[in-house]
Design a protein around this ligand. Structure first.
Ligand SMILES: Cc1cc2nc3c(=O)[nH]c(=O)nc-3n(C[C@H](O)[C@H](O)[C@H](O)COP(=O)(O)OP(=O)(O)OC[C@H]3O[C@@H](n4cnc5c(N)ncnc54)[C@H](O)[C@@H]3O)c2cc1C
Ligand SMILES: Cc1cc2nc3c(=O)[nH]c(=O)nc-3n(C[C@H](O)[C@H](O)[C@H](O)COP(=O)(O)O)c2cc1C
Length: 766
């Protein structure tokens, strides 16, 4: 097979090596514009796992790399000279230049023909006599750019500025160094990669970059300024550049995220940064390039034959094999990129929490990963967290610490969120199902149990089987449920009060039919605008001024009944396309009066209701509001930026807690699902608006719950579906964690002890 590798970076060279190893008869040429040994950049990092893959692929080049490696175990986080260090992270660094020398020599030894100082462009005619063209021409790939349509390319240019520098100061750890300047925060990602040098990547926001005048400086000047800013860490060592050819501020780059839906066309295939990029802050770009190279060589080797149809299958195999892994890494990288874009949000955390948040920023490293890496360090963090939560050092894990709102203290951070059960009677009263359902979850150990949506008016029910608090008859059932919980558990009880608005009057979903199917003979619906929630669905009446007064009165009356029933907290449902949500979301609110248009207008009625409810609700009891922090409709709907303003307005109106859900305001929503997928929205609200929040949405295990709470992304964590299948989710997690502080109902004590003993045995901890 004749193969042209366009680009002699890690991807192109390592593919040439890998293909030659599998079939020494292949005629492989690498075309590179730079002279041999000439490259940009300083060091790159690998994990032990990457090295294992490289060793299995080609022991010889792996051994040559191993001889050059700098190893380090520690991560140091330093903020204006104050620092914390944790251990057990296991990184390997190597100079990019040395890595390329090793690969170049190995390629030469295997008979790969390397053509240096040979630039190419997107015109591939000159490579027409090759069976396969490997486009390994890096992040700015000319070949990808010229074929971006058929490759379904998405480019996402991020806002922060960074500059890749080196220094002779040798760092003992992978160091994140933050310094405050009059123009804002600036930081360095620094690590040693050989006996004499460290990489020193400087990064900052565009505002800081402009504010410091870096946009107007020549490279030498900006380096001199960075040396001054980071003088305490550099200890007299200079900062060095090897991008001397760049004029003006060109050495400062914006990271571009490259995603391709299709990785090949005809006989051309993309490899490495040409196909996908991962932000430098998770150090995976070279790893991905090398692992792509192995996968492509394998795919071709497995198919064997040179016929075009077989080649196509091999290229598809390669993409199928790599896409999932690349997707995972790009997701982590995106989390990490966004974290560094939002440093201002976290920099005022106390240092232990700031360091923890930094280490878990990609959501790839969790609480338990950190325990495995450095048990003593994590124990310190847990003690710090418990101390700040007012628990002394008695509590081991952050999710089992207290949380206080007004006069209410929750025994832990776990919440059962509102989940419709469709079990009320025709009068909107609770039934034995509610008693057993709520009782089981209260006994199961969650700190807070929120009821399903309890309608404030009969026409505010989602279905005829939804409960309400619109009349006094409905109070007793709830009172019995709440008093059972108070008597037999430490769970505090919250009533979610809502009005389904445009989503009312639906049939009870069953296995054959899903949600939002209108009743044959339903009731008239109301909403902010006469706009159906689902196209073709029932058109609600747009509420008029009289209706507004009625609705507010209904919310207040239901709140007073919730108090009489003994509830500890009330949550107003202002998300998911409910009546209040229909005012907030521009997708549902088309009003032209002072309740429509600007976000301020759209919030007016909702904050009015919140204020009225707050005034009616006892001062010592907290009030929560649930919102959809994004409509998942892009600019057509509520955005995460809006959600920060919404939370501020609700908090000003008297909300103590924002329950951060998302979506369900439109069937057109395009949610980006994934683990903990709504937590970034909660994080943003908590740390930009400064309001306590509940995070919810695909949080499934204790490790995730601890990570979310400890990193300061949320105050409380709600698990919906996990609690449907396991009412004792919290008790079980407490037993596994060996918790001694959590309340265990006496009749269940022996079960708890057994679960704890079994967990201890299985982890080997006595
Ligand atoms: C600041 C920064 C820090 C990074 N840190 C890390 C890290 O710590 N760990 C890590 O693993 N990765 C890191 N990376 C990423 C890493 O450098 C890349 O992901 C990796 O080099 C990708 O390899 P590649 O072969 O696909 O692309 P490249 O290394 O970019 O190679 C492409 C090659 O193609 C050549 N080429 C391009 N166009 C043409 C043309 N028209 N004609 C001829 N030749 C051409 C180029 O000269 C180059 O040699 C970092 C990147 C940056 C920018
Ligand atoms: C069957 C079911 C019923 C729900 N009912 C409500 C509800 O009454 N009110 C509400 O605000 N959210 C409701 N939700 C949303 C949940 O509270 C929660 O936000 C969602 O399930 C995501 O969390 P999870 O991934 O932990 O399940 C419901 C979800 C499900 C699956």
């Amino acid at each position: 097979m004749r193969i042209a590798c366009l680009g002699g970076g890690p991807a192109g060279l390592y593919f040439a090596i890998s293909a030659k190893l599998r079939d020494p008869g292949d005629d492989i040429h690498v075309f590179e514009r730079n002279r041999a040994g000439e490259t940009f950049g300083w060091g790159v990092v690998f994990s032990d796992q990457t090295m294992a893959n490289l060793t299995a692929n080609d022991g010889e080049s792996a051994e040559a790399m191993r001889r050059e490696f700098a190893h380090w175990d520690d991560i140091q986080v330093e903020v204006e000279g104050r620092s914390v260090t944790s251990s057990g992270h296991g990184f390997i660094g190597i100079g990019r230049k040395r890595l390329l020398e090793i690969l170049d020599q190995r390629a030469e030894a295997l008979g790969v023909v390397r053509h240096h100082e040979v630039p190419f462009d997107a015109d591939l005619d000159r490579f027409a006599d090759f069976d396969l063209i490997v486009a390994a021409d890096g992040i700015n790939s000319a070949i990808r750019t010229a074929n971006s349509k058929c490759l379904d390319v998405t480019l996402d240019r991020r806002t922060n500025k960074f500059c890749w520098l080196g220094t002779t100061r040798l760092f003992d750890a992978f160091a994140f160094l933050f310094e405050k300047t009059p123009a804002g925060w600036i930081w360095a990602h620094a690590y040693r990669f050989d006996e004499t040098h460290s990489t020193f990547i400087v990064e900052c926001s565009p505002e800081t970059w402009h504010g410091l005048g870096l946009d107007r400086m020549e490279q030498a000047e900006s380096i001199a300024l960075c040396e001054k800013i980071f003088a305490r860490q550099l200890r007299g060592h200079a900062l060095l550049s090897n991008a001397h050819h760049l004029r003006g501020s060109a050495a400062w780059i914006n990271f571009t995220r490259v995603v391709c839906g299709q990785w090949s066309f005809d006989n051309v295939v993309l490899l490495g940064d040409a196909a996908h990029t991962a932000h430098f802050s998770i150090g995976s770009g070279t790893k991905l390039a090398l692992e792509d190279a192995i996968a492509l060589a394998d795919a071709i080797d497995r198919r064997g034959i040179v016929q075009p149809s077989i080649l196509r299958q091999a290229l598809d195999d390669y993409q199928a094999l790599r896409q999932v892994e690349v997707f995972k890494i790009q997701n982590s990288a995106r989390n990490s990129t966004e974290w560094f874009e939002a440093v201002d949000r976290y920099i005022n955390f106390e240092l232990p929490q700031f360091a923890y948040a930094l280490m878990t920023r990609s959501q790839r490293v969790s609480h338990e990963n950190l325990r495995l890496r450095d048990r003593a360090w994590l124990a310190d963090i847990e003690r710090w967290f418990a101390d700040r939560a007012g628990c002394g050092s008695a509590t081991a894990q952050p999710m089992f610490t207290h949380f206080r709102l007004r006069d209410l203290t929750l025994a832990n951070r776990i919440v059962v969120p509102a989940m419709l059960t469709y079990s009320a009677d025709a009068e909107g009263r609770v039934t034995p199902f509610h008693h057993v359902h709520s009782g089981a979850r209260a006994l199961g150990g969650a700190g807070l149990v929120i009821t399903e949506t309890v309608a404030v008016a009969p026409e505010g029910r989602a279905t005829p089987a939804c409960p309400g608090l619109w009349n006094d008859d409905q109070v007793d059932g709830w009172r019995e449920i709440v008093s059972f919980a108070h008597q037999h558990s430490k769970a505090r009880m919250c009533a979610q009060l809502g009005h389904a608005g445009p989503r009312g009057g639906c049939r009870v979903p069953d296995n054959a039919e899903g949600l939002d199917r209108p009743l044959a003979h339903g009731w008239p619906l109301i909403a902010a605008s006469a706009f159906p929630w689902r196209a073709g669905g029932a058109v609600p009446k747009a509420v008029d001024r009289d209706n507004l007064v009625d609705i507010r009165t209904q919310f207040v009356a239901a709140t007073l009944r919730a108090d009489r029933a003994g509830f500890d907290m009330v949550e107003l449902h202002a998300g998911h396309g409910s009546l209040l949500a229909s005012f907030i979301s521009p997708a549902l609110n088309h009003r032209t009066d002072d309740l429509g248009g600007s976000l301020e207008n759209r919030l007016r009625f909702v904050t009015d209701v919140v204020r009225s409810v707050r005034a009616a609700w006892p001062a010592g009891k907290p009030l929560a509001v649930r919102i959809s922090a994004t409509d998942w409709l892009g600019e057509r709907g509520t955005t995460p930026e809006d959600a920060v303003q919404i939370a501020r307005a609700l908090s000003d109106a008297g909300a103590d807690l924002i329950d951060v859900s998302a979506g369900e305001t439109s069937p057109d929503a395009r949610p980006v699902y994934g683990r903990m997928f709504q937590t970034p929205l909660a994080d943003r609200i908590r740390n930009e608006a400064g309001v306590p929040v509940i995070a919810v949405g695909n949080i499934v295990d204790a490790d995730q719950a601890n990570s979310v709470v400890t990193s300061g992304r949320a105050d409380l964590v709600a698990l919906g579906r996990p609690h449907l299948i396991d009412p004792a989710w919290t008790l079980r997690a407490a037993a596994i964690a060996g918790e001694e502080t959590q309340f265990v109902p006496q009749p269940y004590a022996t079960g708890y002890d057994q679960a704890r003993r079994l967990a201890r045995q299985s982890t080997g901890v006595q």
